[in-house]
Design a protein around this ligand. Structure first.
Ligand code: SF4
Ligand code: SF4
Ligand code: FES
Length: 520
């Protein structure tokens, strides 16, 4: 438990965590100090002066809140005429050359300049001189578009490329009203995290080429999710919207702060992976390559499984823990073999020592916790014996299978339960569409053994069935939410010991004995 200190804000006593600056400490108790340049991941730069606050009897009497640690008995003034005038003066300076283009600016609705104008400024411009014009729509590379006229020169983007990616592509050149953010000549942004500057930019000066003009921010619904792009399990916001006469579509992923997992950022590939949630989906069921009603496909699949002697269930390392439990119960009911082998998930050498991992699956640790064999040898051996293969969203065939496996796959009875149209779903005897991870709730364990829960975000006009309900229709018995939670508690002592039935917001770090199962 962090040490607490008492201080006074506008004469009111508040208790806050020690060791933080005034901006962060007061934010926790709902008190906003406006600021542009400070960001907790980048530290205090002190260049914008928007955060100036008064300190009663202080020497000096005015201090930047971003550089002022909280202290016992500190008397902070946020609402004096002097502070209000300083805020208006800073805003006036920021807006002298700022284009009045909020109606066509992509940042409108989530722009600090716009918000602070309404909260702290609210005055008409006194400028009667032409504005200084700068570069518009500059393609900075990596999908980032820069507008120099909108920039408030907070240097967050510059500091990001220096402190976080250490690639240093950005700099501020010139002085006074000619100052601008720019690239070194001929050297565009070139790092795997570049799009984080779009989130960091407090105004509409850095925008995403992918997202620009697709949606107004206020139309988007924001749900909390977990990126399934690799075994890091970065926390994200899933921003989605259903436009009139259209389906519920995802328009962007944005990073969600979790100090235990990804901090403030995500990689660009994970960010752009939202496209895969919208596109390339398996939309309708098929029996023997002919379209079929879903119910009929499920019934036929169940009959074929029941008529088989040796069924092999192949489960994806991207399935949630709950789905794995349900599929494992199907294996128990049917006396089937279960394998967690997947051939396309590991990209050796891709990890970068920061967030990006070699393992491109979200829950391999879950397979290992449930002691589902993930080795190729076991899979190959089980396949040789099997007469039916049921593939639960596994990426089988994403790489060329060895000739023995390829031959066997030609003569097997195959059932693909798949979120997407894949090489395997196209050749399967029965193909059944399934909901993808933005369309169901579940839990995954990342490569560090952090168990995380994510809720359902997207609600499709015609929802594909969840993998658990498909498993139930095929004969699994462990499919009810309470029973699944109970089963999870049995195999995860840390969860059983947790006070609530919920996995905490920032995840649950599994204990050492559990983590022994989950080293991916
Ligand atoms: S582009 Fe945005 S983040 Fe970069 S200095 Fe300008 S306002 Fe700040
Ligand atoms: S590092 Fe992995 S989990 Fe994180 S955003 Fe990138 S792909 Fe997704
Ligand atoms: S946030 Fe403190 S000076 Fe900019």
């Amino acid at each position: 438990m962090a040490e607490m200190v008492k201080l006074f804000v506008n004469g009111q006593e508040v208790e806050v965590e020690s060791g933080k600056n005034l901006i962060d400490a007061l934010e926790v108790v709902g008190i906003e100090i406006p600021h542009f340049c400070y960001h907790p991941a980048l530290g205090a730069d002190g260049n914008c002066r928007m955060c100036l606050v008064g300190i009663e009897d202080g020497r000096p009497p005015l201090v930047p809140a971003c550089k002022t640690p909280v202290a016992e008995g500190l008397k902070v003034q946020l609402d004096t005429d002097k502070i209000k005038k300083i805020q208006r003066d800073v805003m006036e300076l920021e807006l002298i050359n700022h284009p009045t283009d909020c109606p066509v600016c992509d940042q409108a609705g989530e722009c600090k300049l716009q918000d602070y104008y309404m909260s702290y400024d609210h005055q008409a411009t006194r400028m009667r001189v032409p504005q200084v014009l700068k570069g518009k729509k500059l393609d900075f590379g990596c999908g980032v578009i820069h507008d120099q006229e909108r920039c408030v020169l907070c240097a967050r983007c510059v500091r990001f490329t220096r402190q976080i990616t250490k690639t240093g592509e950005l700099g501020i050149i010139n002085r006074s009203d000619e100052a601008r953010v720019t690239l070194f000549p001929g050297r565009p942004l070139n790092n795997r995290y570049a799009l984080n500057v779009v989130d960091l930019c407090p105004v509409g000066a850095m925008t995403s080429k992918d997202f620009r003009f697709k949606q107004r921010a206020w139309f988007l619904k924001r749900n909390k999710g977990i990126c399934h792009g690799c075994s890091m399990g970065c926390n994200i916001f899933i921003d989605h919207n259903r436009e009139k006469y259209k389906d519920d579509l995802i328009y962007r992923f944005r990073p969600r702060f979790n100090p235990e997992v990804n901090g403030y950022f995500i990689c660009d590939k994970g960010r752009m992976s939202y496209h895969q949630e919208n596109e390339g989906r398996l939309k309708s069921a098929r029996i023997d390559h002919e379209d079929s009603p879903l119910v009929q496909a499920l019934q036929t699949a169940r009959r074929r499984i029941e008529a088989s002697d040796k069924v092999l269930l192949l489960v994806s390392p991207n399935c949630s823990l709950e789905q794995m439990l349900a599929i494992r119960s199907l294996a128990t009911e049917k006396g089937a073999t279960i394998s967690g082998y997947s051939d396309g998930c590991i990209q050796t050498g891709d990890a970068d020592g920061y967030l990006i991992q070699d393992d491109k699956s979200a829950n391999r640790a879950g397979l290992e916790l449930l002691q589902i064999d993930t080795t190729y040898d076991f899979f190959k051996e089980s396949l040789q014996r099997a007469d039916t293969l049921v593939c639960f969203n596994n990426d089988l065939f994403f790489t060329d299978p060895d000739p023995v496996v390829a031959e066997k796959l030609k003569v097997l009875q195959t059932i693909a339960i798949s979120t997407h149209e894949t090489p395997f779903s196209r050749q399967a005897g029965i193909a059944i569409p399934a909901a993808s991870y933005s369309e169901y709730a579940g839990s995954v364990i990342n490569k560090d053994g952090v168990l995380q829960y994510f809720g359902r975000a997207v609600e499709k006009n015609v929802p594909a069935p969840e993998m658990i309900s498909i498993a139930r229709d095929l004969g699994a018995t462990l499919t009810e939410p309470e029973a699944l939670l109970h089963a999870m508690k049995r195999c995860i002592p840390a969860l059983a010991a947790a006070e609530s039935d919920q996995i905490p917001e920032r995840g649950l770090k599994l204990t050492l004995s559990e983590a022994a199962h989950v080293t991916a």
